[in-house]
Write a new protein. Sequence first.
Length: 292
Amino acid sequence: MALPLVWLADVLRAAGLTVVETDGWRDRTATSGPQPAPVGVLEHHTATPASYENPAPSVQLCINGRPDLAGPLCHAVIGFDGVVHLIAAGRANHAGKAKASGPNPAGDGNTLYVGFEWDYQGVDQGPSPEQYSAALRATTAVLNHLGRQMDAARGHKETSVTGKIDPGHVDMNQFRAELGKKQEDDMTPEQDAILRRLEHELLGPRGPQGEIQGWQTEVGPRTIVAMLVDLVNGLVGQQGSAAPAQGLDGEAIKAAFQALPPDQAAPLLAELVRIQQDRQLTPEQYAQRPQQ
């Protein structure tokens, strides 16, 4: 007899996601209780550092389990690159005892929820833009398949009776507010991920509750916009408030960039380039400019 979640592959692919079916996932199940009859989706992080070079380091762990907890540990792993790796179509030991949360009742979380593990560290590292976008699409697709409202998506930190913190760096209220919107936008997953990466570069990594906290610099946390304001105000202040922009000291600009770590200077430079490109006149505007 087929396990209850064998439909996951088709549903996730239909949502535009890249799906990897691990060997044996359709027949994989935990033996710790009844099979899932899900009313929601539960979001986790793996607590393992991930990267674009090693985007899904926890797949085998989620299949095999840990010394203290038998596998499988989730139904799917969402990699740092946004690829979804299917782990189990039956029961997974991902949730434990769950308290009531949103529209979902209390009870056996492994029965009540489809479990998605986002592969990232969760304390010092937040999810990548591609990962966040994939989680939105995957969660929306599953809830639609189940016929459940979007607020049936919960974070483990919202259902745990033992003080879990996952998914770290994700504001679940914001996450729920974004569910379903991508189907209205006609954006591809790649386009959505690009927009999220731009947001990340402009605003910096978000805090534990999803709040904007900026990039850490020698003068404290700064978003790209704040750094631009600081840079321009400081340079204009050196020259006098009436100094024209072209009179700013190039060496001072160079020094300001050199004071930033490379991962902060690069997006700042990219934003400056974008601003300069926005200032360029179109051929029509150039033709219409006042003659000197």
